[in-house]
Write a protein that binds this ligand. Structure first.
Ligand code: SF4
Length: 331
């Protein structure tokens, strides 16, 4: 068959399923994902043209990746039909082309959709972090360094952890992104220590849902920190994950995108990832392809109005684009 590239409709369909079965021999290099709600699963990154999608590996998925004709080429198949053709990308540290590192894989908070507090994983030493970055550098894939972290004991402690590490990262001479739970004034400190971009996650812009799922935290507080971040880093350099599928209405998503964009923040519309360790802890519903497309187009219109462009991102999720339909990159 003719090579088939990813359209926004196909990417929305793949994301809505979110998983794929794949013969391990086809995977260039698999590592466990330890960043946020994708924690504890292994994934593949499929690239077609200049578009990318991340799918978690699940042998029972209705999607499968199979070898097709052509050097390194694979196809994504659904019900025996090839939907799209491309290649699998290596992801030496969480995602392609970046060293995206979770410093602390534990969290004292208890956001109801997130498996990290249940996994209570490893806390990396600075030496381990630098070794991972060196490994990505050696593989020839280091275009950015992105740092994220759960909260081991305190929010202030995580900000300090990043600030202590940042001076040692300057030598790599690549853009650095930081995504942690913020403290007042931390953006200025991150910026002065060499960060290029920050991502502070609102998770949802629906106040009622926020109270139910992130009850230990405050949405207004995060919005204040995002405002500070835009003052420091400028437009197009401040992002925020906005989960889709926690029971919010499309109207509340539109209002939430508008509020963030007006502040100069680019929302990352992230389909919820229902995790078995969180079964029954809160409402989660993976969005349909139609809903993903509708909301991404809505986001594109609003971002355009405020002069925001996710295609300018240098680090973290908007650079990777694997998990989301990204305006001005995917369509
Ligand atoms: S979009 Fe973000 S969370 Fe998803 S694989 Fe890429 S860097 Fe990781």
């Amino acid at each position: 068959m003719q090579s088939k590239l990813i359209t926004p409709e196909i990417k929305a369909f793949l994301i809505s399923i979110g998983s794929v079965s794949v013969d391990p021999s086809l995977i260039p290099r698999a590592r466990g994902s330890t960043a946020g709600p994708g924690a504890g699963t292994s994934s593949v990154f499929f690239r077609s043209g200049n578009k990318r999608v991340r799918l978690s590996i699940n042998k029972d998925s209705p999607l499968s990746i199979l070898k097709v004709e052509g050097e390194g080429d694979v196809g994504v198949f659904y019900q025996g039909k090839e939907l799209v053709r491309g290649k699998l990308e290596p992801a030496p540290a969480h995602c392609p082309d970046q060293a995206f590192i979770t410093l602390c894989e534990r969290c004292v908070f208890d956001c109801k959709y997130c498996p990290v507090p249940k996994l209570q994983g490893h806390v990396k030493s600075d030496e381990e972090v630098l070794n991972i970055i060196d490994e990505v550098l050696r593989a020839g894939n280091l275009k950015a360094i992105s740092l994220t972290s759960g909260v081991e004991t305190s929010i202030e402690g995580e900000v300090e952890r990043v600030l202590k590490l940042l001076p040692a990262l300057k030598k790599y001479n690549v853009p650095i992104g930081v995504s942690v739970y913020p403290t007042e004034g931390c953006s200025r400190k991150f910026y002065e220590a060499g960060a290029s971009e920050v991502k502070y996650n609102v998770e949802t812009m629906d106040q009622e849902i926020f109270k139910k799922v992130c009850g230990d935290l405050s949405l207004d507080y995060i919005l204040d920190r995002l405002r500070e971040a835009v003052d420091v880093f400028g437009k197009n350099r401040v992002f925020s994950n906005f989960i889709i599928g926690l029971g919010e209405s499309d109207d509340s998503v539109r209002d939430g995108i508008e509020t963030l964009a007006q502040m100069g923040v680019i929302p990352v519309l992230r389909p919820v990832n229902p995790h078995p360790l969180r079964a029954g802890d809160c409402f989660t519903e993976r969005p349909s392809p139609e809903r993903l497309l509708t909301l991404a187009k809505l986001e594109a219109e609003i971002l355009k109005k405020y002069g925001l462009d996710p295609g300018l991102a240098k680090t973290m999720c908007l650079k990777c684009t694997g998990c989301d339909l990204v305006p001005f990159v995917d369509f």
